[in-house]
Design a protein around this ligand. Sequence first.
Ligand code: NAP
Length: 530
Amino acid sequence: MSGGASDLTGKHLVAGDELSPTGALFGGINALTGEHLGPDYGEADAATIGRACSAAGELAPMFAASEPAMRAKLLRAIADGILDLEDTLVERVMTETALPRARVEAERGRTVNQLRLFAGLVEEGSWVDAHIDHSVPDRAPVPKPDLRRMLVGLGPVVVFGASNFPLAYSVAGGDTASALAAGCPVIVKAHPAHPGTSELIGRVIKNALAAAGLPAGLFALVHGRTHDVGSELVKHPAVKAVGFTGSHQGGRALFDLAAARPEPIPVFAEMGSMNPVVVLPRALAERGEAIGEQLVGSAVLASGQFCTSPGLVLWIDGAGSEALLAKLRTGLTAAPSGPTVHPTIRTGYERTLTELEGLPLEAHVSTAPTESPTAVCPRLLTTDATALQDNPRLRTEIYGPAVVAVRCRDAAELLASVKSLTGHLTATVQGDLQDLRDHADVVAVLRDRVGRLIQNGVPTGVEVCSAMVHGGPYPAATDVRFSAVGPTAIQRWARPVCWQDWAAELLPAELREDNPRGIRRTIDGELVSG
Ligand code: NAP
């Protein structure tokens, strides 16, 4: 085991150095009791941020051209280092977030698997999407030049993780793993809800760089609890892209900042979602109660702290309606209160519910006690199609275990309701083949509004594989063309570069005639395996 929670220092990790916190200090919080957890962390100042970004900028060209085997070694060393932390890591995560052991261990497994997945991807090498179009010197009326294209790393990436996934969407989460795989240095802004967890993982990355023989400046971990640290990172001229997982407000603010820079840069922000669930008539009649039970289980999972939590359910009034509604009501109001990862999540949940109070809906509230400073109570909010269409707030994420249930009078109301939705990560359709055929118009509208369509399941649970799409139209994400989960996530951190009539011996290995890396390439329009 390398390092323990007692070795935590509260320092920023920048270009191999450990910089002591200065200015206003803050610590972690025991998410069950609200107790302060040492050590203290501080806001990264301008000099610290400048140093982290400049070091990353200087090393970026070297890292983009580095041997894929070196990057694979780094990613595997990070995965091994995370496992080597054993219970030190699991216990710190549990204390800082109140997430149960089984969930933390599963998230650790996912994080490690993601790192190994990207190690395998860069080692295999075909992700660079190499194209070779040979010259045609005797083409008339003008000769065709020799053109060769592949993807190369964009440069330093700033990563912001979310509070609810302290491992899989944090310091060594999917954004960091895919950016390092692409050959991009990474600067992480630690989430203030789990600073100790962040430091433990940050130290693993620092050690893994040294073990792989790579310069320490390829990674930095800086802390901060005000938005200033994140804003300064995004504005730094050496930074070339941003990966963000979190709230709509945060993602949008950073997207606007990045667009306003003298040199605008891409921001891949994965934000909140309501994950609408449409229950079609035949499924409702046959399985109304069972569907209600399935939805309650998904909605209260981890106190509703999943970006894929089902926050909106719609159906057409008819056979099965009462059974579905009764199950949603009893299930949600009987469910115990549960802790969230930080007191600010509880405050945010309660503030949102207060904002909804004047709207045309009926609230069914659990009476479970909420002694813990982070605990929230599940709740069902019933309303109708007109209210949903007239009030955008009812169509926006309520982050926590709340479900908005919408009873539509007929198919036209259901269609108008789904048309009123903006972008979400997922949509679930409960229905058999006939249902889906009868309501093809509803399904078509949903397809245009989400990144993933689910039939007869629940949206929680995101598989890490190449067919996965974790993203969606705005406001679920700021770039609908990419997935933040799975191997294709690497494409966010790379850009195509074309070499024309270039000296063969100076071409990147991936574009050389003899294909020394043995990768899959498109040659003169034909896909050729390695
Ligand atoms: P958050 O409050 O937006 O925080 C995310 C990070 O962004 C933190 O480091 C935060 O640090 C920073 N930040 C937020 N606003 C900022 C601003 N205006 N300027 C600069 N930095 C800013 O999100 P959260 O509460 O941790 O996470 C919950 C949200 O994440 C939910 O909406 C959930 O649905 C979403 N989520 C989405 C996904 C997905 O894949 N789509 C996955 C998990 C969670 P500071 O506060 O210190 O600035």
